[in-house]
Design a protein around this ligand. Structure first.
Ligand SMILES: [Zn+2]
Ligand SMILES: [Zn+2]
Length: 317
């Protein structure tokens, strides 16, 4: 190994250590969501008990082993055609390319049953999940014109941007993915008790969405499977990897990490769902987000600081 390579590896090691050992960015939800975590642990049948968090150094020791082969690339090779992973969207989603963006269109209605369909609807199913505190909110599921435009060639952002209210991604069945907050950046403590047996619920305009692991997808495709994409074009996987159930302690501040996956053998940054907050994504996107259009009123995602789409009110008493 020549000196250039050695210094490159050294820089990579220090970057990795710095990224992983620095405390998480100030997280206004972290403390508030502790209660939500406890509730959530009782909610999910498959919820693992959270083991004592390993120190970052212990967790990451194998990853910075200098004798290991070159780290996986975080950014896949530029392409002008649709990456094969996008063929995993169900027929509920229209996938196309428009210039530098992949366009994902759906009506946002889940391809599974829910207590949030009208009772006369054949897709209605009374709650049969595992949360004894479940209480249905007043909202019902309504068709949307969801359109997400995500980068065809996702890249790490120079300056990370925050996730906002409304869709931050799309699950493989066309359902919107929301971040770890309820309306007004409030913790999900109350909302969690309104999640149906597949971990979703509709907001006030009837847009059904997941804030946490989409149980219908991980049940059918596997706990370690690709389950969707976030607005920055990076993929989202279930909570299991190589037989291990991950927690947020295994992931970086964006709630992901980079390595080869079945869909991206060359390696890619990807998010994982976990049973503990923030469940899907940290406060920021790893890459530069595209945008969602088709919001009620037809506008795109409001700029930061503007009014956010409303999520569900607390469940009925
Ligand atoms: Zn992974
Ligand atoms: Zn919600």
């Amino acid at each position: 190994m020549n000196r250039k390579k050695i210094s490159a590896v050294t820089i990579a090691i220090f970057s990795a250590l710095a990224a992983c050992s620095s405390p998480a960015a100030p997280d206004i939800g972290a403390i508030q969501t502790q209660a939500a975590q406890q509730i959530f642990a009782t909610l999910t049948a498959q919820a693992p008990t959270v083991p004592p968090a390993a120190t970052p150094a212990q967790t990451l020791a194998p990853k910075v082993e200098p004798t290991r082969a070159a780290p996986p690339t975080v950014t896949p090779q530029p392409t002008s055609s649709l990456p094969s992973a996008f063929k995993k969207f169900t027929s509920d989603v229209q996938v196309s390319i428009d210039g530098a963006f992949i366009v994902l269109k759906s009506n946002g209605v889940p391809n599974h049953k829910s207590p949030y369909f009208d009772r006369a609807d054949p897709r209605y199913e009374a709650y049969n999940g595992t949360n004894p505190r479940f209480r249905a909110a007043a909202n019902t599921i309504r068709e949307q014109n969801l359109e997400l435009r995500i980068p065809l060639n996702p890249r790490k952002a120079d300056a990370p941007s925050r996730t906002l209210g409304g869709p931050i991604g799309m699950a493989l069945n066309g359902v919107a993915i929301f971040n770890q907050y309820a309306a007004g950046n409030q913790p999900l403590t109350d909302e969690i008790n309104g999640f149906d047996q597949y971990n979703g619920h509709p907001q006030q305009e009837g847009m059904y969405h997941y804030h946490v692991e989409p149980l219908y997808l991980t049940k059918n495709f596997g706990k370690d499977a690709l389950v969707g994409f976030l607005l920055d074009g990076f993929p989202l996987y279930g909570p299991v990897e190589n037989g291990k159930t991950l927690t947020s302690a295994d992931l970086d501040a964006f709630h992901g990490h980079a390595h080869a996956t079945a869909d991206y053998p060359q390696g890619i940054f990807h998010y994982h769902t976990t049973a503990d907050a923030p469940y899907i994504n940290g406060n920021n996107y790893y890459g530069n987000p595209g945008r969602w259009v088709g919001a009620p009123g037809g506008q795109g995602q409001p700029p930061q600081g503007q009014p956010q789409p409303k999520d569900s009110p607390p469940p009925r008493p």
